[in-house]
Design a protein around this ligand. Sequence first.
Ligand code: PMP
Length: 439
Amino acid sequence: MQQLNANSLEAFWMPFTANRDFKKKPQIVTGASGMYYQMNNGHRVLDAIAGLWCVNAGHGHPKIVEAIQKQAAQLGFASSFGLGHPLAFEYASRLTSVAPEGLDHVFFTNSGSEATDTALKLALAYHHARGEGQRQRIIGRQRGYHGVGFGGLSAAGMGAHKKQFGMLLPGAAHMPHTHDLARNAFSRGQPSHGAEIADTLEQMLQTYDPSTVAAVIVEPVAGSTGVLVPPLGYLERLREICTRYGILLIFDEVVTGFGRLGRPFAADRFAITPDLIAIAKGMTNGAVPMGGVISSNEICQKLMETAPQGTVEFSHGYTYSGHPLASAAALAALDVYVNEGLFEHATLIEPVWEEHAHALKAVPAVVDIRNIGLLAGIELGEEVASGKAMAKKVYDFCFERGVLVRPVANTIVLSPPLVISEAEIATVFSTIAAGLKTL
Ligand code: PMP
């Protein structure tokens, strides 16, 4: 058992954490395997959130571990600035072979935040290359989350994340979100009502002048703000409006990519092709930080053909873009996803997941249950107690009984590894039900 003393806890300023509370009662993970975390006090916890929406193949998959170890011994670092190493090229070509048609190029980053910022910069650079440099506005959505960089944060619609940071990017505007308890509570999969919410984009374009708008960025399913599933027909309309006005559509698939919805990308599940896809998390099964942007051929070609020969076509990149260990992990993760049939497993088990999730409808505190793929959000109302306080209590209750869930405001969010079994699904939901009933 590894012990930490008060001093060793102090130096690490933890991200998105109430540091002072945590350090009074630290929860320390020392190992993980498959569906389970191992805590330093010997406690074993069923991980119903796949790390942070990333460990899609389960923790410590041996093939991914082996690939990283092998690569570390062979080549631990090589810059991608004007140099190359084979795995980054091999992975890029493997990845684009499973990406939607017409998106055949990938720009590597190290995180989801860098991926969304890169996607936004690509959109600006593309319009600049086309002689439409006046297209600088970015349109996001309320309750959108696109990471913590200045670009992604500006496009995002979570007020709580913004208030410490001043003005952010000028020219970012926000469409309404699609969450509608009155019409859509307890929908299974995509809700029926709300396609027309996409038309607010068109109304905004009348205000802003469409020729000033570079891109619209949305998560196909908003994850971090409580699993908001797009109403039927909504994304189609967004796509249609963007195309009509020459605006790029960016899907932030940091959560939905790599099988979360039973397909490589949400773009496949919803049969909509965006111009750019931001990815991270499941890309390496969370084992090494990596993100990226998958780009349409049109965007890549435009930047390639308009830059003078011998010059950099896109003045952007990271020291660790296409890092050898990340590339090795990503290649191995994609092989595992495909060869072990994890997307198919997610699809097969989705009805079981949905059935168990919706069984919680009987609990009085529950005001909505949303699900798609292996995602679920259980929203708690205010009748019994504060929904937010209850979600936190349910988290504590479940954790003590060996199940890790994620409280996000008044919603309990779930996104297990895709390898979850029927028995584990039953455990997750029966523990949550017990928590809700007890509290
Ligand atoms: N976009 C979405 C949709 C996310 O959920 C996240 C992370 N939760 C990010 C971007 C940012 O990713 P990262 O934390 O790797 O920067």
